[in-house]
Design a protein around this ligand. Structure first.
Ligand code: UDP
Length: 480
């Protein structure tokens, strides 16, 4: 890098093609760009089209020198839903179609690629990197606590813990080191309940996670102060670990030149954000509203929706609810809503199809978050010091919600229940009865997270280390 005329490092970033990973990985891309690295951010055509349609992404990224937003086929037909449930089809298709295209793309790229940063579940990217002779970093956008549980899947199988059927979900799990006395069967990723070791998710995570050490390093969107004990177990397998989260807050703080996240954010949404909810929030009293969102992939039945709705309405709390157009089984959720729910919603509720979530969570009117415990949502809530009620849907969310409720004490774990009485009680507990306790803990944890991003903090230091390591790779490469 000291050489006159040396090219800046060029990093090719390839995220998992879902809203959550795309959102946080784009923040990483911007952070690297702010440090002078050139980035090619490679999306699948499907995600690229939607991102460009619903955001100002192109004009925003244009401001970064050497930033390219490109796309590649995932091999699926246009009308494929690309839903969480059909992830295996997507992965198979990407292995067959995207893998050779990726190799061709890199070889034909006008600019030599210094290194690849790819989602660790896309193991074929490591094969491509090895074939071409380019270093690769894996990036995982889920929590370290879940990653460690996934690392332990072979151990769970060996110990006879898996398979189990969906009964006695309170049985303790003792074969995940560091989590003895904490985990129950119900806290394992939901696919563990299948009762069948040939379950494709068990098979996938059992093998792919063990492959993580193949990469030069592992980048995690987490904080040492939050997940330190678990991270030490992961380090035994992946010693070169970069804990650089929360990425959204790191980017905000770098852009604003302060460690206090600003209240506005740039959208990376693949749905159209309905900003009218911010105007509605502006007219609500401080900390009076519970925000309800189950992220970008969760799907619920109409019966579950009505139970949630009744519970929240009976709690008397104001609410802002994101109901994605594709999130209710069977669609058409707006017909036959009981009159009392419609009336109560007009009085003290607001429903949108997609919200500017980071901005919503930062709004003074928000006092709680009923969430599916996606990792991005959890970190966004933590940073804004908003306590959570957790209703996990799949993957890492069951582990995350256990940690939110029992380890970090940032909220209440409501997993496996959404009857109206439970919902009403939990909302009242969070927003009224135990409000002060939660405010105290969320403030403490939020402060720890904020410090991690400031100079001398672990996330700040690790991001700097990642950038320096990439610069060193570039200096050593024939093009550096
Ligand atoms: N999100 C948003 N608007 C919404 C709902 C979600 O912008 O109405 C964003 C949210 O801020 C988060 C991402 O979508 O960054 C969801 O990621 P998460 O990991 O929480 O859950 P997933 O969607 O992957 O299940």
């Amino acid at each position: 890098m000291d050489d006159q005329g040396a090219l800046p490092p060029h990093v090719l970033i390839f995220p998992l093609p879902f809203q959550g990973p795309v959102n946080s990985t784009l923040k990483l891309a911007e952070l690297l760009s702010l440090s002078g690295l050139h980035i090619t951010f490679l999306l699948t055509d499907f995600i690229h089209t939607r991102l460009v349609r619903h955001t100002n992404i192109n004009s925003r990224l244009e401001t970064y020198p050497g930033f390219r937003l490109e796309s590649i086929s995932d091999g699926l037909p246009e009308d494929h839903p690309r839903s969480g449930e059909r992830f295996m089809e997507m992965l198979d298709s990407m292995r067959a179609v995207t893998k050779p295209l990726l190799k061709e793309y890199i070889l034909a790229s006008g600019r030599p690629v210094t290194c690849i940063i790819a989602d660790g579940i896309l193991g074929f990217t490591c094969d491509v990197a090895n074939e071409i002779g380019i270093p690769i970093f894996y990036c995982r956008t889920l929590s370290a606590c879940c990653l460690w549980v996934l690392f332990c899947l072979p151990k769970l199988i060996e110990a006879g813990v898996l398979p189990f059927k969906g009964d006695d979900l309170d049985a303790p799990i003792t074969s995940v080191p560091g989590m003895e006395g904490l985990l129950r069967r119900r806290d394992l990723p939901a696919f563990c309940r299948s009762g069948d070791l040939s379950n494709p998710n068990i098979q996938l995570f059992k093998t792919e996670i063990q492959e993580l050490p193949r990469a030069h390093g592992l980048i995690l969107n987490t904080i040492e102060d939050l997940e330190g004990p678990v991270l030490s177990y992961i380090r035994a397998h992946c010693p070169n670990l970069y804990t650089i989260g929360p990425l959204h807050a790191q980017l905000k703080s770098k852009l604003s030149g302060t460690t206090t996240p600003s209240s506005t954010s740039s959208s990376n949404s693949i749905w159209k954000e309905d900003r009218s909810c911010i105007t509605w929030l502006d007219s609500q009293p401080s900390k009076s509203v519970i925000y309800i969102s189950f992220g970008s992939l969760a799907v619920i039945t109409k019966d579950q929706q009505i139970e949630f709705w009744r519970g929240v309405v009976c709690s008397g709390t104001r609410f802002l609810w994101v109901i994605r157009p594709d999130s209710i089984v069977g669609g058409d959720w707006e017909s036959n809503i009981p009159t009392e729910l419609s009336l109560a919603t007009k009085e003290r509720g607001y429903i949108v199809g997609w919200a500017p979530q980071e901005e919503v969570l930062a709004h003074a009117a928000i006092g709680g978050f009923l969430t599916h415990s996606g990792w991005n949502s959890t970190l966004e809530s933590l940073m804004e010091r908003v306590p959570m009620i957790c209703w996990p849907y799949f993957l890492d969310q069951h582990v995350n919600s256990r940690f939110v409720g029992e380890v970090w004490k940032l909220g209440l774990d409501m997993k496996d229940k959404c009857d109206r009485d439970t919902v009403e009680k939990m909302v009242k507990d969070l927003m009224e009865a135990r409000k002060d306790d939660f405010i105290r803990v969320t403030n403490e944890m939020g402060e720890l997270a904020r410090k991690s991003m400031g100079e001398g903090g672990s996330s700040y230091y690790n991001l700097d280390r990642l950038i320096k390591d990439i610069e060193l790779m570039n200096a050593r490469s024939p093009h550096g």
